[in-house]
Design a protein around this ligand. Structure first.
Ligand code: GUN
Ligand code: ZN
Length: 429
């Protein structure tokens, strides 16, 4: 695939530091133009300087659009695309009533291929260029997802969801087959093009201790892989974990005791952590993934982003589609803002945008690779129209500074705000 040299002009946003360290408004800089060459960002600055650096590059004027890194969604379930917005249940009933029957369908490779393509098209239309996805227990669901992402040239993370108990017949593997299938998929896909395998035990209630240990063994054999799971999402779930693992000190200990706690671990939700769990996660550098639309939709609770980051924990942002009620990281940032208000901290627009890009990329250990516009990063870029609807446009017209101009789009924007998306420097049709 060829990567044409391209100069984009607009308001090019680059983070220069974390907006959680010091004044949030000063954590980013805006330049006039960005140069994309060979699939990477090579420079930002004035249009004249970019043209002097690359006289043959194609110039694309994006007017006053906000040009920034594509969104990074650190926790999704692509197989739940077709059952998003299913009514009326809390976590365990929601899994049994809606999620597991839908996931059963992925034994059919044709269906998996259809949904994988639909999911990536929907998320690209929403400006999301990288996701970290659960698949189903079926190896076909992993092949379908990686193939769809590979065709689109995307950087994605995904893994076979492992479950060997408390799931229906047809949706269970075993400790051994979960290990064997995961290993075969990891060897097939990890590091191919822009694809990475994530070891994926669903959560402690649906794995025996033997399966968690097998997943821990696989991770120790492939320590460069990410490991993703769920942690302390609902109080009923935590009680269930306590009864299933009576010897564990807490929920995190069910993972820690089986080799599933580490810096490359992604712990989804993590709303109700005890002090010991927070201390251990900080010590090892494991990442908490905040899924705000899911936490309100399934009625899970309020994750305190500002408090966790102030404690030194690493936090990423995610839709958790289809427990989450949107494919849009803009809607997800809005929900994070509202939950921030309910937990005592108004998150600054710079903090929200950072969480949806740099912050999530850091949880995936992809800092300097994706999630920011800076020389050397891969050119996964979006152009956002900051006046995409009449309601947003009239509020935007009153803005006095950059962040006030961006905030109405965060709070009220959706896929209509996404003007254009580039994957590795190539425009998405
Ligand atoms: N916990 C275990 N599985 C899931 C899932 O699919 N979605 C959510 N939100 N929580 C889970
Ligand atoms: Zn999830």
């Amino acid at each position: 695939m060829t990567h044409p040299d391209t100069i984009l002009t607009g308001q090019v946003l680059s983070f220069t530091r974390s907006p959680f360290d010091g004044d949030p408004a000063g954590a980013a800089e805006v330049t006039e133009a960005v140069l994309m060459q060979g699939g990477r960002i090579t420079a930002t600055g004035s249009r004249a300087r970019m043209q002097a650096m690359a006289p043959g590059a194609e110039l694309q004027d994006q007017a006053d659009a906000l040009i920034m890194a594509g969104f990074v969604d650190a926790h999704v379930h692509y197989p739940q695309t077709a059952m998003i917005a299913s009514w009326g249940k809390r976590l365990i009933d929601w899994l049994n009533s809606y999620t597991f029957p839908e996931e059963m369908k992925f034994k059919d490779a044709t269906y998996a291929t259809e949904i994988a393509g639909r999911y990536l098209d929907l998320t690209l239309a929403n400006g999301t260029t990288t996701v970290c996805s659960y698949c189903t227990i079926h190896p076909e669901s992993v092949d379908a997802f990686f193939t769809a992402a590979q065709t689109r040239g995307q950087r994605v993370f995904a893994g076979k969801t492992c479950m060997d108990r408390n799931a229906p017949e047809g949706l269970r593997d075993t400790a051994q087959s979960g290990y064997d299938d995961s290993k075969a998929l990891l060897e097939k896909w990890h590091g191919v093009d822009r694809l990475s395998y994530a070891i994926t035990p669903r959560f402690s209630p649906t794995s025996t201790p033997e399966q968690l240990a097998a997943m821990g063994a696989l991770w120790s054999e492939h320590p460069d892989c990410l490991m993703q799971t769920h942690l302390s999402e609902q109080t009923d779930e935590i009680d269930w974990v306590r009864s299933l693992y009576p010897q564990a000190r807490d929920y995190l200990d069910t993972y820690e005791a089986h080799g599933l706690l580490g810096a490359r671990g992604l712990y989804g939700h993590a709303i109700y952590l005890e002090d010991r769990e927070r201390d251990r996660l900080r010590e090892v550098g494991g990442a908490l993934i905040h899924c705000p639309t899911s936490n309100t939709f399934i009625g899970s609770g309020l994750f305190n982003t500002a408090a966790r980051i102030a404690e030194g924990l690493r936090v990423g942002l995610a839709t958790d589609t289809g427990g989450g009620s949107s494919f849009s990281m803009l809607r997800t940032m809005a929900a994070a803002y509202e939950i921030g208000q309910l937990t005592g901290t108004a998150l600054h627009p710079a903090q929200l945008m950072w969480l949806a890009t740099v912050g999530s990329a850091e949880t995936l250990h992809m800092n300097g690779v994706i999630g920011n516009i800076q020389p050397g990063t891969e050119a996964d870029v979006i152009a956002i129209n900051l006046a995409s609807t009449p309601a947003i446009a009239q509020r935007h017209a009153q803005a006095d500074d950059l962040w006030e101009a961006i905030f109405p789009t965060i709070m009220m924007g959706d896929d209509r705000a996404i003007r254009q998306v580039w994957i590795a420097g190539r425009p998405v049709a």
